[in-house]
Design a protein around this ligand. Structure first.
Ligand code: 8X3
Length: 253
């Protein structure tokens, strides 16, 4: 029986790359994202690779949307083996004392923390019932070291690490693995979203250095989920060779 991987935020970036590499590795897929049009393109490529794909609109911030998505995926496949909690975002780089509107903070907390918790609580019981499971949470190097202008984004990623650790403790004795994949600078739409569509500002983030790609991270996720069931890769910190730490980047110009 093929294993089923559920991926949130699967319409682009790391989510999309993970979906396609998992399809290549022989997994079936439950793909969710807010952008249905882009998601349908990912689903089509994955189906062409031989995967059975359930896809639907998913907003992890919305309880009804998340519940319906998980219920329908369960109905389609009968089991969910892997959950990749990928949906997440950073918004802005405003310092705490200079922030005048709390909307960005709330959106990051609702997506990166509440969304991840929600999807996990909806899917893990299916894994327990199924007798197999692997939760892969997308963390960040921002969850290891905070930086100016990143307070809330960093807080959500420190939170992700806390949730991953707690979950690993809670699932001790169950055949369910928990892996936190914590990348540094990855060039996707991440910075475009962070800077609200300002592509020039987003490009400057990676200027003169070689960032990681979505495919680099997908590669690591595929590696983690294809280890033998008794091997649990706990936390994987991955940075570009040109990045030694947050704000410590080697640029060639
Ligand atoms: C993304 C890494 O450096 O933008 O999670 O915070 S960083």
């Amino acid at each position: 029986m093929k294993k089923v991987a559920m991926i949130t935020g699967a319409s682009g970036g790391i989510g999309k790359a993970t979906a396609l590499q998992l399809a290549d590795a022989g997994f079936d897929l439950a793909l969710g994202a807010r952008n249905l049009e882009k998601l349908a393109e990912v689903a089509k490529i994955a189906r062409d690779k031989g995967a059975d794909v359930y896809m639907n609109a998913l907003d992890v911030r919305n309880l009804e949307s998340a519940t319906q998505f998980v219920d329908e995926a369960k109905e389609h496949f009968g089991h969910i083996d892997i959950l990749v909690n990928n949906a997440g975002l950073a918004l802005g780089t405003t310092k705490i004392a200079e922030q005048t509107d709390e909307t960005e903070w709330q959106t990051m907390i609702d997506t990166n923390v509440m969304g991840l918790l929600r999807m996990t609580r909806l899917v893990v019981p299916l894994m327990i019932e199924n007798g197999y499971g692997h939760v892969v949470n997308l963390g960040s190097t921002a969850g290891h070291d905070a930086y100016a202008g990143g307070s809330v984004y960093c807080a959500t990623k420190f939170g992700e690490r806390a949730i991953s650790t707690a979950l690993r403790h809670e699932l001790l004795g169950y055949p369910i693995r928990v892996t936190s994949v914590d990348p540094g600078m990855v060039e996707t739409d991440f910075s475009v979203v962070r800077y609200q569509g300002d592509k020039q500002k987003a490009e400057q983030v990676y200027e003169g250095m070689i960032p990681l790609t979505a495919e680099d991270i997908a590669d690591i996720i595929v590696f983690a989920v294809t280890r033998k069931p008794h091997v649990d890769l706990d936390t994987i910190i991955v940075r570009p060779t040109d990045q030694a730490g947050n704000g410590l980047v080697h640029r060639r110009q």
